[in-house]
Design a protein. Sequence first.
Length: 426
Amino acid sequence: MLTVKDKYLYSKGRRIFYLADTNWGAFSSINMNDWKYYLHTRKEQGFNAIQINLLRQWDNGEPLKGRNPFPISKEIDGKYKYDYTKINESYFDNAEKMLDEMMKINMIPSLVLLWGNYVPGTWMRGISPNNIMPFEDIKPYIEYVVERFKKYHPLWIVSGDVGFGKAEGPDPEKTKKYYQEVLNVAKTVDTKGIFSFHINGGSSYLPQEFLKEVNVFLYQSGHDISTQSSAYSIPRQLRKRGFKGPIIDSELCYEGLIEISKDNLERYHDYDVRKAAWEAVLSGADAGLGYGTFGIWPWTDSTRPETLARNIFTRDLKPFDWRVCLNLKGARDLGFLKQLMLNLSKDELMPINNKSKDFFAAESRNHILIYLPTNNTFNFDDLGLTVDCCQVVELDSNDIKEGTIINNTLQLGTSLEDKLIVIDKK
């Protein structure tokens, strides 16, 4: 059972580092054999959670036959209208079987209750292919899914990719009204549940009435190249504003996705994922991370071309097959990060020197960790330290070496990419 204490998450009384893969459309898109293979591979790589939309994901591939949560009453030119008064029991029966497989290998389901395309006033309203859920249908739907799935002790994610500020949607008051209903009903049904929100990329704003109700703060540094600094700026802001609970960057830049807002077709690589991840955890988001790939999030299966997602981007960059995505390097890099965090920060990790953008540092009782996004020399005077020895983790290869220190300055080393400096305070 998932619980929260201070800044961290616990499972069965033991502190964990939440490491989730993002598979929003899993319940509508994946057959059971592929699901089992996918789960076991991610488990071997170090993941302990999967982030899933309870309903059909609007920007996912076409669902498998029978995999719609409600009957479609009308479908014209790719747009569909749901009858929200009728639950498709077989859809949720299958979701339960998929969650049973997660339980067998002790993986945490993080379940989104209502994505933004089902809600008025969000940025998705003009481009989503399906209709808004009527307000009066929220209560019976939420009662049904929370009652059915609370036995899996999920992390409940109230919203999906939704902002609540005036700049983050055309009508945030309508949006807030919907999610207040979702939250109230869900908390009535699952009185011991763990709740959070999935908000827009680069945003740290939650209305006060929601902020006081969440157990965990999820944010996303996201996919726009201009918001990548939010990986570290948001947790710094949240701690400064007094938020004391767990903070998780739950949607890093997706590995393989286009660097949105750039003029050229460049994909995010493992380095970009690592950089955002280390900057986040050393800036206060040390309860965990959410990883994703451009191929697993929209579940792209080249053997089923009839199910492939329509192009929702302004640039023609194709997703990879999910089998390719399953072995992209960033996943193993984050599994390695998770183990380092558990081994080197068994007690509370506290950020230090929060003003720099050239390096990121934090300390636990026994260790100081310094992340250098670019391999360079490092003068320990910058942190007021005198250091005789340290270890250097070359993060592109995960090789661990003894650092060479001359005049209190770590020498360059051989890595072409980023590195982590580990100082044993003892």
